[in-house]
Design a protein around this ligand. Structure first.
Ligand code: P6P
Length: 295
């Protein structure tokens, strides 16, 4: 590696560390927004989802905090049409408040982030790091970088490391399928019934919490394409690729039904995708069943 690429790699590592610490430091302000800015804002995001005031506030907080970091060159968000650019060498793609429809029933919600070497929309292989925060009974943060997944608790004075090597358990226990029961067999064929027999249903309506179940207990999360959303519901750049990076780094697999989400190169910043993540053998079986069923 040349000296200049050495320096740029060290520079990127330092910026990634600053991004992670800044997102951790912003968690308390997001929790305050969840508690106090609960009304509908009367606006929709580029995907057509209604925005709560907390969605807008979280997006404003992260845009401001991310672009205040010297090395961050751009900020892209599920909540805004266009990318905000600055000077730097890493690029942010964020879902500032994933699962905000869970705000009213006080169920799991979170923040998803991907740190890219190129400005989104960009290929999954451009990810340098990814992670998510869960605003649950405790505020936790999962971070994937340099081939390892770590978990932290954020509620104490400082970011407290609670697991330095998060890996998907070999024996799967849970499954969470979105889209409604009829769509499962329509999309996954016989695999849907096999999973219902083998695993316990855990589905809470916010992917970060459902996928965190998979990281803790082993299993599969899947949200297929539907008649109402033929390209899938979930966003490739802001949800699919960062969560795929985390689960694949933890020893699992990701798929859009036929290939890893990290092999995808979105044409559009807000492109949607079928999204399946979990134990490698379960994803292998899903892909085989989809291929057989859709012949
Ligand atoms: P449904 C939350 O709005 C989200 O984008 C994901 O976090 C979650 O997995 C999915 O949508 C839930 O969708 O159709 O079950 O409400």
């Amino acid at each position: 590696m040349s000296k200049s690429s050495d320096a740029s790699a060290a520079q990127a590592d330092q910026t990634v560390a600053q991004v992670i610490d800044t997102i951790a430091d912003t968690a308390a302000d997001v929790r305050t927004a969840i508690a106090t800015e609960r009304e509908h804002s009367g606006t929709v995001n580029p995907s057509g989802d209604e925005q709560l005031a907390a969605d807008v506030r979280a997006d404003e907080l992260f845009e401001q905090r991310m672009l205040s970091i010297d090395g961050v060159a751009s900020y892209a968000s599920e909540e805004r049409e266009d990318v905000t650019t600055s000077d730097g060498h890493v690029h942010m793609a964020m879902d500032p408040l994933d699962g905000s429809s869970n705000l009213e029933p006080n169920s799991g919600m979170g923040t998803i982030f991907g740190v890219y070497s190129e400005q989104p929309p960009t290929h999954g292989s451009d990810l340098l790091a990814a992670g998510f925060v869960i605003y649950g009974p405790v505020t936790s943060m999962v971070v994937a970088r340099d081939g390892t997944v770590e978990e932290y608790i954020l509620d104490s004075e400082e970011k407290r490391l609670v697991d330095d090597d998060v890996t998907v358990p070999e024996d799967p226990t849970v499954f969470g399928f979105g889209g409604g029961v009829d769509s499962w067999t329509d999309n996954f064929g016989s695999f849907a019934e096999e999973v219902r027999q083998e695993l316990k249903l855990r589905y809470g309506g916010a992917m970060i919490a459902d996928i965190n179940q998979v990281l803790n207990y082993g299993g599969i999360f899947a949200y297929p394409a539907l008649e109402s959303s033929p390209d899938g519901k979930l966003r490739l750049q802001f949800e699919g690729q960062p969560m795929a990076y985390i689960v694949e780094t933890a020893g699992g697999r990701s798929s859009d039904g036929s290939r890893s989400l990290l092999d995808r190169n979105p044409d559009d910043l807000h492109e949607r995708t079928p999204l399946h993540l979990g134990n490698a053998d379960l994803i292998d079986r899903l892909e085989a069943s989809v291929e057989q069923y859709q012949r």
